[in-house]
Design a protein around this ligand. Structure first.
Ligand SMILES: Cc1ncc(COP(=O)(O)O)c(C=O)c1O
Length: 376
């Protein structure tokens, strides 16, 4: 079965009223002569900083550049940066681009603090933490404390976690800085884009220097090795309109995930993560695990035959197994990541997903699991 699926794993949803507003905004931008680094960039920065509970933000060309800029400002050149192996290529590559020495730690849905501690050394400078799928670790406060006690700078990769929070603290507010992505698939999308959020005013000032080819406008000289890492005004406007309604969208996605979990949580082949009341999910992914991973390929095929796309999990191959990183520290095994990669399932999820779609997926999934379990 090939796309288009009746129920894809995700959709990009820009609502008709937003398209109407954006059409007018586009005309304004195009006639204003300010196509980059203007009022919409400032608007996006104010809104994403607010969503993350931080003082300020620097909008960038991508999540990858946001991470790289933050790490360059922290000056990780030659210093150890701990990166989860269960993440996107960009988390590690940004650290390498900034000159960091990458060490992979273990983790499944959540980072494993025991492994972080085992991989760390006296020279560890930065811990990169990823809230996979928008889920924030239950022991996040312990991780924050671990960093404080060792003088390790915590940087969150919040590419999946727009609007997530735990214990009343938003994703992006736990570390010294955090990097969002606004790539096409993300909870808030600008097509391409990203942002650093932080309370560190120097980081904000330097972030704006880095994204403009290292140019310090005060002296009109290039003071650092920056790049063309700006976001356009058009992209910034697209993201700003979605950020206006992020809490309502987040609540809708969160409710859809809870519905999936309520309807599937009792199935003997599935495990759903515990969801405490104070844990709000961005709803980037709806993740659960399959207790018989040997059935997964057949499950995906069978669901695809019913029109449901399921084989878009996070992440199929952890970074310690990626050929491009083969020459980085081989280190210990990462059993949590390997197990999670084999067992995870992601259910269809998008902005405003209707309950009827959730129910349809649940019916197909239950029937398919029963067939597979009966046949084996
Ligand atoms: C966890 C994570 N970090 C960073 C990125 C990089 O973001 P971008 O594609 O905007 O560079 C992505 C995804 O694209 C991601 O999933």
């Amino acid at each position: 079965v090939t796309a288009p699926y009746e129920i894809p794993s995700s959709r990009v949803v820009i609502r008709p009223d937003e398209i109407t507003r954006l059409t007018a905004v586009l005309a304004d931008i195009l006639t204003s002569g300010v196509l980059s680094d203007g009022p919409w960039t400032q608007e996006l920065e104010a809104r994403i900083a607010l969503a993350a509970g931080r003082h300020d933000a620097v909008a960038t060309s991508s999540g990858t550049s946001a991470l790289e800029i933050a790490l360059r400002i922290l000056d990780v050149e030659g210093e150890e940066v701990l990166v989860p192996t269960n993440t996107n290529f960009a988390t590690a590559q940004a650290a390498l681009n900034a000159g960091g020495v990458v060490r992979f730690y273990d983790g499944g849905l959540y980072p494993d603090l025991t492994s972080i501690d085992a991989v760390a050394s006296a020279g560890t400078r930065v811990l990169l933490l990823v809230h996979i799928g928008g889920y924030i670790a239950p022991d996040i406060e312990d991780i924050v404390r671990w960093c404080e006690e060792r003088d390790v700078v915590l940087v969150e990769d919040v590419a999946h976690a727009h609007g997530s929070s735990r214990g009343g603290r938003p994703a992006g507010s736990f570390g010294h800085a955090a990097a969002f992505s606004f790539y096409e698939t993300k909870v808030v999308t600008t097509g391409e884009g990203g942002a650093i959020v932080t309370d560190d005013e120097d980081m904000v000032r330097m972030g704006r220097v880095y994204r403009r080819q290292g140019l310090d406008r005060a002296t009109d000289t290039h003071v650092v090795h920056g790049n063309t890492w700006r976001i356009s005004e058009i992209e910034a406007a697209i993201g700003s309109l979605q950020l206006e309604v992020l809490p309502a969208d987040r609540d809708h996605r969160s409710r859809a995930i809870r519905r999936y979990y309520e309807l599937l949580g009792d199935h003997p082949l599935l495990q759903v993560p515990a969801l405490e009341d104070d844990h709000l999910l961005s709803g980037y992914k709806c993740i659960l695990t399959l207790s018989r991973p040997e059935l997964r390929e057949r499950l995906w095929t069978s669901m695809a035959e019913k029109g449901v796309e399921m084989d878009r999990e996070v992440y199929r191959v952890p970074l310690h197994r990626q050929p491009v990183f083969a020459d980085l520290d081989p280190g210990p095994d990462r059993p949590h990541a390997d197990r999670f990669a084999a067992e995870q399932l992601c259910l269809p999820m998008w902005r405003g997903i209707p309950d009827t779609v959730v129910d349809q997926v649940v019916d197909h999934l239950r029937a398919t699991l029963d067939d597979l379990a009966g046949a084996s």
